[in-house]
Write a protein that binds this ligand. Structure first.
Ligand code: GDP
Ligand code: IMO
Ligand code: MG
Length: 417
């Protein structure tokens, strides 16, 4: 018998709280597998008085018994990965990196930042980590895969040739070609640190499924940042939605089991691009302050606003969500009323779907009575009635059960229904 893999995916613009739920679920899974993105992701996990920020290592790493796979759909910066590994002992035997994942090197970050500068006020507001250029190279078929790190001499020669070929472009962007000897030494260091973790994770996925292991697939970013289904061009460069789990790990749609979509009880976005339910006033500031809405990866203040039920319906459908985990309900504690964007107005017309360009969509809100306190509540029936009504109204609007509700960053402050 072959097991099916449970999937965690972000439903908004990232930072929904995926890390907390992956960590929570990792307690009952044998493997946690990351399928997309790079170190643009920042997944925060709080256990007791310790706080961990994970970027590339799957959030299963905090459970000693869970093994962790980084799939081929990821772009991996060796230098950042090695730094992240230093927080943990004994990764040997419980961390596996796909030989087909693409390598993100420091020049990708330089190109990313140069392109952003050139865009001026049209900048995407990327994390500046080199994600777009690394995926760009992959799609243009001029990228390098992790398997190539096992032969640093050959990879050095390829990168030197790549720079020679693109010299005029790099000169115009102010990106310097790496020094050959320094590059070789750098790549040799990566081989030493990472070589023993690099393997064929596709075969591994198939084997562990055949062994009936319990597998959890960890998404990064969120649906509205998806390269195809998000607010293009203000998106990241990967397939962040459920479908990305298949291509990013080498499994097929029939291998996917339960899909849990992660959403905040309100909405945030980092970087530029449309965000119809953004609140520019005092209430937005309160959400930012109460929710500690500052990026894990870049420290940037996150833009804050109200739950967007229209974008959520889009996300639920694109991802095939079976249940939603509603996060950070406690951040809405103390508001007299909470708003939900229930439709958009575009060119004077009311619509209830995500249009081609979200830039011109104006939010139409419905208000709900607020509540005093949900922080730390672990049982649904202990929630204030108005909070319960809010959750039930959201479920009705998006047609999906909210099977998990989170009321603090703590692992155990989680309602399971
Ligand atoms: P991810 O990228 O989706 O994993 O989310 P981030 O880690 O970037 O951002 C979510 C933040 O919210 C983290 O700092 C979490 O510790 C925190 N968090 C998660 N769940 C809750 C919750 O229910 N309540 C509160 N107040 N904070 C939470
Ligand atoms: P997690 O996994 C929130 C955003 C950036 C920018 C856009 C493109 O923690 O939810 P990129 O560097 O990817 O080219 O930037 O995407 N972004 C995220 N926003 N959470 C993330 O990851 C993000 N990863 C990228 O802010 O707007
Ligand atoms: Mg994050």
């Amino acid at each position: 018998m072959s097991s099916k893999a449970d999937l965690i995916v972000g439903l908004q613009w990232g930072d929904e709280g995926k890390g907390k739920i992956v960590d929570h679920m990792a307690q009952t899974h044998d493997y946690v597998c990351r399928f997309a993105g790079g170190h643009n992701a920042g997944h925060t996990i709080v256990i007791g008085d310790k706080k961990y920020a994970l970027h590339l290592i799957p959030s299963g790493v905090l459970n000693a018994s869970a093994k962790n796979i980084v799939g081929n759909g990821v772009v991996l910066s060796p230098v950042d990965f090695i730094k992240e590994m230093e927080q943990f002992d004994n990764l040997e035997g419980r961390l596996f990196l796909s030989d087909k994942a693409h390598v993100l090197l420091p020049y990708h970050a330089q190109i990313d930042q140069a392109r952003e500068r050139m865009k001026g006020d049209k900048a995407i507001g990327t994390t500046g980590k080199g994600i777009g250029p690394a995926y760009g190279d992959k799609i243009a078929r001029i990228g390098h895969r992790l398997g190539e790190l096992l032969n640093p001499e050959k990879l050095t020669a390829k990168i030197v040739a790549y720079f020679a070929m693109n010299k005029p472009v790099f000169d115009a962007m102010g990106v310097e070609a790496p020094d050959e000897a320094a590059l070789l030494a750098e790549l040799q260091g990566y081989k030493e640190a990472l070589g023993s973790f690099i393997c064929d994770t596709t075969q591994m996925m198939w084997e562990i499924m055949d062994e009936d292991k319990k597998i959890l697939l960890e998404g990064a970013q969120g649906t509205m940042l998806d390269i195809d289904h998000g607010t293009y061009p203000y998106v990241t460069s990967s397939t962040t939605v459920s479908a990305g789990a298949c291509s990013g790990l080498g499994i097929n749609p029939k291998d996917i089991g339960k899909v849990t979509g992660i959403a905040k009880a309100y909405c945030t976005r980092v970087g530029n691009g449309p965000f119809p339910s953004e609140d520019f006033g005092e209430e937005g500031d309160t959400l930012r302050k109460n929710g500690h809405e500052f990026g894990t990866t870049t420290g940037r203040p996150r833009r804050c606003g109200w739950f967007d039920a229209v974008a959520m319906r889009h996300a639920v459908r694109v991802n095939g969500v079976d249940q939603v985990a509603l996060m950070k309900l406690d951040v809405l504690d103390g508001f007299d009323e909470v708003k939900v964007c229930v439709a958009y107005e575009v060119d004077g017309k009311e619509i209830n779907y995500v249009p081609y360009d979200l830039e011109d969509a104006m939010p139409i809100y419905q208000s709900f009575p607020g509540w005093e306190k949900t922080e730390g509540v672990r049982v649904f029936d202990d929630l204030p009635d108005t909070a319960k009504s809010y959750i039930e109204a959201l479920e009705e609007m998006i047609g999906t059960k909210m099977g998990i509700i989170s009321t603090s960053p703590e692992r155990e402050d989680t309602i399971i229904r």
